[in-house]
Ligand binder design. Structure first.
Ligand code: ME8
Length: 519
């Protein structure tokens, strides 16, 4: 059977700054979905990368004393490092300064011109370099010190310059029809409503070129203009899929994209401008855009100026990569804002990972190792309570599929941990350490049942915690090449040797505990 395809993207990140927890969060969510789909037999294209043009980057390069290209080369590399430390399994890392991307943007521009979607005019209005966005008069606030700011808090400046415009105003009805016909296009629901009411209020033509600086992609046939950085940046999703080679197998397989994952700050660009650009160029819009919430740091907005950015590399070094991955997706319902607190990370680690999952694996594998000659034991006919455990583990696959297709990671993890708790209770009730003396065959059946449930849970949790789940699967003797979702249907091999048990999720001592111990 031909494999189904799945194309998922992160936003491409500005290289004006080092990566922080917010960037790690978005890419993590995509990584989990990419891994989930691969294990589920899909042919996956998972893309991330860096957004390297525009006034903001030109300014940052100047401040750093480097030429823009050298500056972007340097900072872009830090996003690759983040990906490596966080164990992100991207298939393509795109930089907007690459030739393939310049070609794609210029091709798209010509297509829009050919379709009479672009005209030359002049722009006068407000512009925020931080957001790389234009704002209307009625959106601007004046602070007591006279500074003008956009609704996002970014400072705006008055800009007057010749500019090409995209006929966005013509797309209102077609966009509304598109949202109506594609209820899954935009999630969560609250964001969808926000976007629909924005479009209903009417759209103005959008300035899509700039003439007051040069760091960008040149407009074909008019070298005085560089492309508006958002038109340039959004096009990365097409470049990765092989555009402008529309007939290539890659483009045929992967366009339209299945999911653009973004933060709530950039929803308008992805859910309004982007589908309009695409439809105007006779291309299909993406199937779905999901806008997740924002992290704050111990209650405060994360910002460079406040000096409270959270460096994911430090967190990983201190707590472990899978611990950080688990925490970020478990702690906050995906789609909502969340507050980052180290204390909560430690708590989650100690309760969910060390106490629940870790302990389950540890006690089952230790008993198999010690009491069953280090081999997966042969069960007797399974009793009702054993079958119930196996059934709960088996049902998890379809439950997770449903939740992950809605990007509800927190719900998927909740369901998984329900099963972990159920298996822990089963072990407590069956007490194999007592059975050892009175009914060894029954002990073996119980250990087999628990190990089989652990196998299924660990296979299904690989997307969230790839390293730890693979260690668990090694530990219970599950073969390397039997860890996809298809392999859920087979079961542990009886007589298979297991490894000497090791602790997978160590407890993290809190500062309070350490102090207690010192007293
Ligand atoms: O907007 N909490 O790039 P960017 C959660 N280049 N997520 C956060 C976050 C936080 N506190 N801070 C940032 C751009 N993010 C454009 C995108 S795409 C064609 C161009 C995440 O470097 C979130 O995904 O400002 C947000 O949308 C993204 O980083 C913004 O990254």
């Amino acid at each position: 059977m031909k494999k189904a395809n799945y194309y998922i993207t992160t936003p491409i990140y500005y290289v004006n700054d080092q990566p922080h927890i917010g960037h790690a969060y978005t890419t993590l969510a995509c990584d989990v979905l990419a891994r989930f789909k691969r294990l589920d037999g899909y042919n996956v294209l998972f893309a991330t990368g860096t957004d390297e043009h525009g006034q903001k980057i030109q300014k940052s390069a100047q401040l750093s004393g480097l030429a823009p290209q050298d500056f972007t080369d340097k900072v872009s590399e830090t996003f690759r490092e983040l990906a490596s430390v966080m164990n992100f399994s991207y298939d393509d890392f795109i930089r907007t300064t690459e030739n393939r991307h310049v070609e794609a943007c210029q091709f798209l521009w010509k297509k829009l011109e050919k379709n009479n979607q672009i005209y030359l005019g002049s722009y006068s209005g407000w512009y925020a370099i931080r957001d790389e966005a234009f704002y209307n008069d009625n959106e601007i606030k004046t602070l007591s010190n006279g500074q003008k700011i956009a609704p996002t808090g970014a400072e705006v400046h008055w800009v007057e310059e010749p500019s090409y415009f995209f006929r966005l105003s013509e797309w209102k009805d077609r966009l509304l029809k598109f949202y109506d016909e594609n209820p899954n296009f935009l999630a969560p629901e609250s964001r969808r409503n926000e976007v629909i009411s924005f479009v209903k209020n009417g759209l103005q033509d959008l300035s899509v070129s700039r003439t007051s600086f040069t760091w960008g992609i040149q407009i074909p046939q008019d070298s005085k203009h560089v492309m508006y950085v958002w038109l340039d940046a959004l096009t990365n999703y097409l470049t990765v899929a092989g555009y402008p080679n529309l007939s290539s197998p890659k483009f045929q397989q992967f366009w339209p994209a299945d999911l653009h994952m973004v933060g709530k700050d950039i929803i308008r660009f992805h859910a309004v401008f982007w589908p309009a650009f695409l439809m105007a160029a006779d291309l299909l819009p993406p199937k779905r855009v999901f806008a997740h919430g924002w992290w704050t740091n111990e209650g405060q907005k994360i910002s460079k100026s406040l000096g409270n950015t959270i460096n994911p590399l430090d967190l990983v070094q201190k707590f472990g990569v899978d611990q950080v991955r688990y925490f970020l997706l478990r702690e906050v319902p995906f789609g909502q804002d969340g507050d980052f607190a180290v204390k909560s990370l430690i708590q989650r680690n100690n309760s969910d990972l060390a106490n629940d999952f870790g302990n389950l694996v540890q006690r089952v594998s230790t008993m198999i190792y010690r009491e069953c000659s280090k081999q997966i034991p042969q069960p007797e006919t399974l009793q009702d309570q054993d079958l119930l455990i196996i059934k709960s583990a088996t049902q998890l696959y379809s439950l997770l599929k449903k939740e992950y297709d809605q990007q509800a990671f927190h719900k998927g993890l909740e369901q998984t941990w329900n099963v972990v708790s159920q298996v822990n209770r089963y072990i407590d009730e069956q007490a194999p350490w007592n059975l050892k003396k009175v009914n060894k065959k029954r002990m073996e059946t119980v250990l087999y049942t628990a190990a089989e449930a652990i196998r299924q849970i660990a296979i299904l949790t690989q997307p969230i915690m790839p390293k730890s789940c693979n260690l668990i699967l090694d530990q219970i003797g599950c073969k390397q090449n039997e860890r996809t979702f298809k392999d859920l249907e087979i079961s542990l091999k009886i007589g298979q040797n297991i490894n000497s048990p090791i602790g997978i999720f160590p407890r993290i001592d809190t500062e309070d505990k350490k102090n207690d111990a010192r007293r």
